[in-house]
Design a protein around this ligand. Structure first.
Ligand SMILES: [Mn+2]
Length: 346
């Protein structure tokens, strides 16, 4: 079976408290666009989107931050621009989308313009909780996989390297997901996570338990990690999960209150793994897969976010990160949903 590994996504988080910082966010976005090999026109689009969304965070959100996620899969490249604040929320989204509601005062910009430039544009806003915006800029519009996948993976404050990582792989028949959390944080944790991603790349065609056992072998020379692998066979009603250590895996149902936590065994991949076992969980094309490291607390409930499950997985990951990251650790959230079903029409 031909299975294709999904690159090494790049993440940047840029704090935006006032109007001096959108420039920094724009430069970071241009750097990611260059690294991905975007042409000049597409890079220009990314820069406009990032500038406008970070201004929006500063002016209307009362400060917050922008997360940039650069993805590469086969020929497809995309940058997800996520703007997050914990402000008072946008009371009238339709009015905010109208041209003229620009935070920069420059004609031709504003959220309306951003929505026209972006290949995907979504807002999730709640009074007093804040606003999360996603604008995706793609170099082309092909499909990345049979599932839509979004993620946020951000190091603890003060570290450049993230000790968490994730990877995905897809074939025509199956998708495989891994989240890994190298023990501790900083470069040594990042090294363990990096070895895990390389190992996943090599063995992602195998079953989850086999992948985890390969990880265990490969991570012996590292500090060790928590890791979990989930496998979805397209069109089948079972998800297979295998985890060791503190990675949360959840099957989320379209009913916001119903989420099923999957079982991981205790242990440290690379050092001490008493048991590697696969567990099967019911899966449907209306379910969502959420995996996260322990940099995200487990107290979240989709009931607090009516309508969020109908949004893009990148926006779901970003909102969980904004509201539930522990701050004292690297934090990673990976969300995958079947593409075929549009939950909005349910
Ligand atoms: Mn951790």
């Amino acid at each position: 079976m031909e299975i294709e590994f999904n690159g090494y996504p790049t993440f940047e988080r840029i704090a935006v408290e006032d109007l001096t910082q959108p420039g920094e966010a724009r430069r970071a976005a241009a750097a990611i666009a260059n690294r991905l090999g975007f042409d000049e026109v597409t890079r220009g689009k990314v820069e406009i989107v990032v500038t406008e969304l970070s201004r929006n965070v500063a002016v209307h959100g009362g400060g917050g931050y922008v997360i940039l996620a650069g993805w590469k899969y086969r020929g497809e490249k995309r940058i997800d621009v996520l703007a997050l604040d914990k402000g008072s929320g946008i009371a009238n989204v339709a009015a905010a989308m109208e041209d003229g509601y620009s935070s920069s005062g420059t004609p031709g910009t504003g959220l309306g313009a951003v929505s026209r430039i972006a290949s995907a544009f979504q807002i999730f806003t709640q009074p007093k909780t804040g606003t999360a915006l996603l604008a995706r800029v793609s170099a082309d519009m092909t499909t990345m996989s049979p599932l839509t996948v979004g993620a946020v993976s951000i190091p603890i404050a003060g570290e450049r390297l993230c000790g968490d990582a994730f990877a995905t792989a897809h074939s025509s028949t199956r998708s495989v997901f891994m989240v890994v959390d190298g023990l501790g944080h900083g470069p040594i944790a990042a090294e363990a996570a990096g070895v895990a991603v390389q190992t996943f790349e090599k063995y992602c065609g195998d079953a989850p338990a086999e992948i985890v056992s390969r990880l265990h072998d490969a991570l012996k020379a590292t500090r060790g990690a928590a890791a979990a692998v989930a496998e979805i066979e397209h069109g089948r009603d079972t998800l297979v999960f295998c985890g060791v250590g503190n990675i949360s895996g959840i099957v989320q149902m379209p009913d916001e209150g119903i989420a099923r936590s999957m079982v991981s065994h205790n242990g440290i991949v690379g050092h001490q793994v008493p048991r590697i076992a696969e567990f099967n969980y019911p899966w449907s094309n209306k379910s969502g897969l959420i995996m996260h490291s322990d940099g995200i607390n487990t107290h979240w409930n989709m009931k607090s976010y009516p309508g969020l499950l109908n949004r893009d997985p990148a926006l779901i990951a970003a909102v969980l990160y904004r509201d539930h990251s522990r701050q004292r650790d690297d934090a990673t959230v990976l969300v995958a949903q079947p593409k075929a079903i549009d939950l909005r029409s349910e």
